[in-house]
Write a protein that binds this ligand. Structure first.
Ligand SMILES: C[S@@+](CC[C@H](N)C(=O)[O-])C[C@H]1O[C@@H](n2cnc3c(N)ncnc32)[C@H](O)[C@@H]1O
Length: 264
């Protein structure tokens, strides 16, 4: 598949937030296409949740961004979805989008404001950890997710594997030439925008093997990891998405990992 390269730009950074913070960062993320995620990522997160929560249960989307995925989860699962994020601009975009999300809450000083301990029947956290610069920051995210979950509540985490540098994924290019990044190091990811151009972003490279230990340390058990494949997606993802491309690179080396855990 040929890359359409009508320019790429890196959104400006906010010292307190990740690559998508600030008004321009929020608008930039809202413009990405995320085809690979809608094939190998989000449908598998929803499948895991659908087996564990139902109509009216509370699902927190931790790092909800512009609310697109939270909206899809609310519609598919019938859950009462609460979107939380560190970026007021992302939350403003999400509020204005008229989604099926019940409430939005700002994360300030590592805490989702206005949400009591154990309020969530489940939490999902999609593509957030790549914005977190330190291992302490990862622990802080897991600690807050654990605070929000009721005991026994499921946690689903979707991440891109930084080790999958090289292949030309449909909507994603991971890293550049040269040796791979060390844990936590910044590296470049490019995401296809809906207008066919590419958005460049600086991410932090967290190896997927790191998560199980950090989750155990923050009050989770029964950690599993799964790397969804295109063959599996044929049963799980939207048929229009499955038919939209040949998914050659995704078949060769699937780049997304779904980590699941249960709150003690
Ligand atoms: C790449 S976007 C993903 C948005 C959404 N989850 C999705 O998959 O479309 C990452 C989001 O995580 C938010 N974020 C970054 N660090 C966070 C943190 N420590 N706690 C909560 N949200 C955070 C950012 O503001 C941004 O909206």
């Amino acid at each position: 598949m040929h890359e359409r390269s009508r320019g790429s730009a890196t959104p400006p950074r906010d010292p307190d937030g990740g690559a998508w913070s600030g008004p321009e960062g929020a608008r930039a993320f809202a413009a990405v296409e995320a085809a690979t995620d809608w094939l190998l990522g989000y449908p598998f997160v929803f499948r895991h949740l659908a087996r564990r929560i139902g109509e009216g249960d509370v699902l927190v989307d931790y790092g909800c961004g512009p609310g697109t995925v939270a909206d899809a989860a609310a519609r598919r699962l019938g859950a009462r979805v609460l979107g939380v994020d560190t970026s007021p601009e992302m939350l403003e975009l999400a509020r204005r989008a008229g989604t099926a999300v019940a409430e939005f809450h700002l994360v300030e000083h590592g805490r989702a404001t206005g949400l009591p301990d154990g309020c969530a029947d489940a939490v999902m956290c999609n593509h957030v950890l790549a914005s977190v610069p330190t291992q302490e920051g990862l622990l802080a995210v897991f600690t807050e997710v654990r605070r929000l979950l009721r005991p026994g509540g499921p946690f689903v985490l979707l991440t891109t594997d930084p080790a999958c540098a090289g292949p030309e994924y449909a909507s994603l290019r991971i890293g550049g030439p040269g040796p791979g990044p060390t844990p936590g190091e910044e590296f470049t990811v490019r995401l296809l925008r809906r207008d066919g151009s590419w958005q460049e972003v600086r991410n932090h490279a967290w190896p997927v093997e790191l998560f199980a230990g950090l989750l155990h340390d923050t009050g989770f058990h029964d950690v599993t990891q799964h790397r969804p494949t295109v063959d599996e997606a044929e049963e799980v993802a939207d048929p229009d998405v499955v038919r939209s491309r040949d998914w050659e690179a995704e078949r060769r080396r699937p780049p997304l990992v779904v980590t699941t855990a249960v709150a003690h």
